[in-house]
Design a binder for this molecule. Structure first.
Ligand code: PBG
Length: 326
């Protein structure tokens, strides 16, 4: 009888042996925790399609960040839901806007103990729900750039560490970089949604952040999910415009793009595991079809294995908890 020349099972014989050869290790420090903060509410509001995720009143933000920080998570990503929307999304760049208030509260209470990232976009703030302003029934790229830049500067004034532009306007990184530098915020970094796809996995987020477009869709600015070369051009363009971290979004159906970006470029790569990815796991685990924590560990490990240095995920708190426990 001939024996197998290589027995890969030898390194799987015990828990300790498997630990020794483990290639990807997930840690709470890989995670960025999203926070939704809503203006003018007094109590938390549950988000139907995202069980366990809530919109917070401003007064709850410090507590929430305390919990996140105690779990060893190094960064938050703030999303605001304003009381007033208008055509230009002016509460996005209001120095007294909800996101600005949340940023300064966190900065005051945590100093540099947490990285404060904020979504830099207009869609929660425009009456149209689009990520830019409309002229002649179209999302006007260059007019939107000015407003995105103003938004980032106003967030920087409040104390933000990292602007995360998600509008997918051409030139948004350069516009924000120039404006930040002009205003003396050269230390504020940019993590762009470099390859953000027009994805069906965003529907629960639109519940969470009340930002569904009033007409049309986002196909004229978000990327088609069929195109990988175009995604690499988006990443390269952002790098040329001076971005600090590039993000691929969503994550789970886009692992090829994460690993391709990791292979081609030396810049830190983030992945955004979006609301729909969260909702799928929550729904299936609530039905008893999968184990929530086990599936979450596998998904986040796979995203990291593909090449992501950091992961924005709604599982941040629960995952950090099970990592601490194990
Ligand atoms: C808006 C924005 C969206 C998400 C993050 N920022 C929604 C969209 O583009 O429609 C989606 C995040 C998620 O689904 O978790 N600029």
């Amino acid at each position: 009888m001939s024996f197998p020349t290589r027995r890969l099972r030898r390194l799987r014989t015990s828990e300790k042996m498997r630990e020794l050869v483990q290639e990807t290790r997930l840690s709470p420090s890989d995670l960025i925790c999203p926070i939704f903060v809503q203006e003018d509410i007094k109590t938390r509001i549950k988000i139907e399609s995202m069980p366990s995720i809530e919109r917070l009143p401003l007064d709850d933000v410090t507590d929430e960040v305390g919990t996140i920080s105690d779990l060893g998570i190094p960064a938050i990503m703030l999303f605001g839901i304003p009381s007033n929307k208008d055509e230009t999304g002016s509460s996005a760049f209001d120095d007294n806007g909800i996101v600005q208030k949340a940023i300064s509260q966190v900065r005051e209470n945590f100093g540099d103990k947490i990285v404060i990232m904020a979504d830099t976009c207009l869609c929660q703030f425009t009456s149209t729900g689009h990520c830019g302003v409309i002229s002649n029934n179209k999302v006007d790229n260059d007019a939107s750039l000015e407003l995105l830049a103003k938004t980032a500067v106003s967030q920087a004034k409040a104390g933000m560490d990292t602007s995360s532009p998600s509008a997918m306007m051409d030139g948004q990184v350069a516009a924000i970089r120039n404006a930040l530098d002009d205003e003396g915020f050269s230390d504020v970094s940019i993590m762009s949604h470099a390859a953000k796809h027009r994805s069906n996995f965003y529907s629960p987020f639109r519940d969470a952040a009340a930002c569904a477009p009033e007409f049309g869709d986002r196909k004229t600015y978000q990327m088609p999910y069929t195109n990988a070369r175009e995604a690499m051009m988006e990443v390269e363009t952002d790098i040329n415009e001076g971005v600090d971290i590039v993000m691929i979004k969503p994550a789970l159906s886009y692992l090829d793009l994460i690993s391709e970006t990791r292979r081609r470029f030396n810049i830190p790569v983030a992945a955004y595991s979006v609301s729909g990815e969260y909702a799928l796991v929550k729904a299936a685990s609530q039905l008893g079809y999968v184990n929530e924590n086990e599936v979450t560990d596998e998904i986040l490990s796979s995203i990291k294995r593909a090449g992501a240095d950091m992961i924005v995920t709604y599982f941040a708190k629960s995952a950090a908890k099970f990592m601490q426990e194990s």
